[in-house]
Write a protein that binds this ligand. Structure first.
Ligand SMILES: NC(=O)c1ccc[n+]([C@@H]2O[C@H](COP(=O)([O-])OP(=O)(O)OC[C@H]3O[C@@H](n4cnc5c(N)ncnc54)[C@H](O)[C@@H]3O)[C@@H](O)[C@H]2O)c1
Length: 175
């Protein structure tokens, strides 16, 4: 395929469904080889099938972005498959269902912060050297909830605000 991402390798988290799948499909259509990363490997494989059917190139890679050991293994799998990475899209995230402050359990808080915020940190940290070597790019997916609050959803709102901070800190350090 010939497009704006020809000869680029892109790693997209949460690419087994929703926006991540759409990003992966579009990147492949623009010529990128795509590491389709998701905690749900079957869903990632379905995205890869769609990319192949569309004439693109992709590989499904399992990762739980909240767990450093699987992030390390996923990074190794991307490098083994494509030898480098030019673009990282930190898209994977979970929602807390917008409960009230009183309804937000400690377990829910920990789970949402782990996936939505720590996951972006771990992926960024573990891929930073590869991306710098290529002069690559990081795209972090926050939310409207990363800039404002509308009542409820304190864990999701805090995590998405945190992604804005991670993005600014990363940009300042790695530019
Ligand atoms: N859909 C919206 O309206 C909307 C609005 C604002 C922001 N966002 C953000 O966009 C991103 C994608 O949203 P979506 O609606 O497409 O979500 P989705 O639920 O359709 O897809 C999320 C994907 O992430 C994967 N995932 C979940 N936990 C993971 C983990 N620990 N490690 C790796 N993968 C994991 C899931 O398996 C799933 O395939 C999220 O970060 C979300 O917060 C979405």
């Amino acid at each position: 395929m010939v497009g704006r991402l020809e000869n680029k390798v892109a790693a997209v988290t949460g690419a087994g469904s929703g926006m991540g799948r759409s990003i992966a499909l579009r990147f492949a259509r623009e010529g990128a080889r795509v590491a389709v990363m998701d905690v749900n490997l079957g869903a990632a494989a379905t995205t890869v099938e769609k990319i192949h059917a569309d004439g693109g190139e992709a590989t499904a890679i399992a990762v739980n972005i909240a767990a450093a050991d699987t992030v390390e293994a996923a990074r190794a799998a991307v490098i083994a498959a494509y030898g480098r990475v030019d673009v990282l899209v930190n898209n994977a995230g979970i929602h807390d269902g917008f409960p009230t402050l009183a309804e937000t359990t400690e377990e829910l808080w920990d789970r949402v912060i782990s996936v939505d915020l720590k996951g972006v940190f771990l992926m960024t940290q573990r891929f930073a050297a590869d991306l710098r070597a290529r002069g690559g790019s990081i795209v972090n997916v926050s939310s409207g909830a990363g800039f404002r609050a509308g009542g409820g959803g304190i864990a999701y709102t805090a995590a998405k605000h945190g992604i804005v901070g991670v993005t600014r800190a990363t940009a300042a350090e790695l530019r």
